[in-house]
Design a protein around this ligand. Structure first.
Ligand SMILES: [Zn+2]
Length: 78
Protein backbone atom coordinates (compact mmCIF):
# COMPACT_ATOMS: atom_id res chain seq x y z
CA UNK A 1 0.00 0.00 0.00
CA UNK A 2 1.11 3.58 -0.70
CA UNK A 3 -0.27 6.95 0.27
CA UNK A 4 -1.93 9.21 -2.26
CA UNK A 5 0.08 12.48 -2.32
CA UNK A 6 -3.11 14.52 -2.79
CA UNK A 7 -5.62 13.16 -0.26
CA UNK A 8 -3.22 11.10 1.94
CA UNK A 9 -5.55 8.10 1.71
CA UNK A 10 -4.04 4.64 1.30
CA UNK A 11 -4.22 3.16 -2.21
CA UNK A 12 -2.77 -0.01 -3.74
CA UNK A 13 0.82 0.08 -5.07
CA UNK A 14 -0.46 -0.91 -8.52
CA UNK A 15 -3.11 1.83 -8.55
CA UNK A 16 -2.88 4.24 -11.48
CA UNK A 17 -5.65 6.54 -10.28
CA UNK A 18 -6.48 7.27 -6.64
CA UNK A 19 -9.87 5.74 -5.75
CA UNK A 20 -10.53 8.52 -3.25
CA UNK A 21 -9.73 11.73 -5.18
CA UNK A 22 -9.25 10.28 -8.72
CA UNK A 23 -5.77 11.82 -9.09
CA UNK A 24 -3.51 10.29 -11.76
CA UNK A 25 -0.88 8.69 -9.51
CA UNK A 26 1.47 7.76 -12.40
CA UNK A 27 1.93 11.41 -13.38
CA UNK A 28 2.77 12.49 -9.82
CA UNK A 29 5.39 9.74 -9.38
CA UNK A 30 7.01 10.67 -12.72
CA UNK A 31 7.28 14.28 -11.59
CA UNK A 32 8.86 13.19 -8.29
CA UNK A 33 11.48 11.10 -10.14
CA UNK A 34 12.27 14.12 -12.34
CA UNK A 35 12.79 16.32 -9.26
CA UNK A 36 14.98 13.67 -7.59
CA UNK A 37 17.07 13.34 -10.78
CA UNK A 38 17.54 17.12 -10.95
CA UNK A 39 18.53 17.28 -7.26
CA UNK A 40 20.98 14.42 -7.84
CA UNK A 41 22.62 16.27 -10.73
CA UNK A 42 22.83 19.44 -8.61
CA UNK A 43 24.46 17.55 -5.73
CA UNK A 44 26.87 15.84 -8.16
CA UNK A 45 27.98 19.22 -9.55
CA UNK A 46 28.40 20.49 -5.97
CA UNK A 47 30.54 17.45 -5.10
CA UNK A 48 32.71 18.03 -8.18
CA UNK A 49 33.22 21.66 -7.16
CA UNK A 50 34.07 20.74 -3.55
CA UNK A 51 36.43 18.01 -4.77
CA UNK A 52 38.47 20.52 -6.80
CA UNK A 53 38.63 22.94 -3.84
CA UNK A 54 39.74 20.10 -1.52
CA UNK A 55 42.50 19.10 -3.97
CA UNK A 56 43.73 22.71 -4.17
CA UNK A 57 43.71 23.05 -0.36
CA UNK A 58 45.52 19.70 -0.10
CA UNK A 59 48.24 20.84 -2.52
CA UNK A 60 48.69 24.18 -0.67
CA UNK A 61 48.87 22.47 2.75
CA UNK A 62 51.24 19.82 1.33
CA UNK A 63 53.57 22.46 -0.14
CA UNK A 64 53.47 24.44 3.13
CA UNK A 65 54.45 21.33 5.14
CA UNK A 66 57.22 20.43 2.64
CA UNK A 67 58.50 24.02 2.77
CA UNK A 68 58.40 24.07 6.60
CA UNK A 69 60.16 20.67 6.99
CA UNK A 70 62.63 21.59 4.24
CA UNK A 71 63.41 24.86 6.03
CA UNK A 72 64.01 23.01 9.33
CA UNK A 73 66.37 20.54 7.63
CA UNK A 74 68.27 23.37 5.92
CA UNK A 75 68.50 25.23 9.27
CA UNK A 76 69.89 22.09 10.97
CA UNK A 77 72.51 21.57 8.22
CA UNK A 78 73.83 25.10 8.40
ZN1 LIG B 1 -6.18 10.58 -3.47
Amino acid sequence: MKKCPHCAEEVKDEAVICKHCHTDLNKTTEKKIEVVAKEGMFLQSMNGCCGVILVIIGVIVGLAIIGFVGGLIMANIH
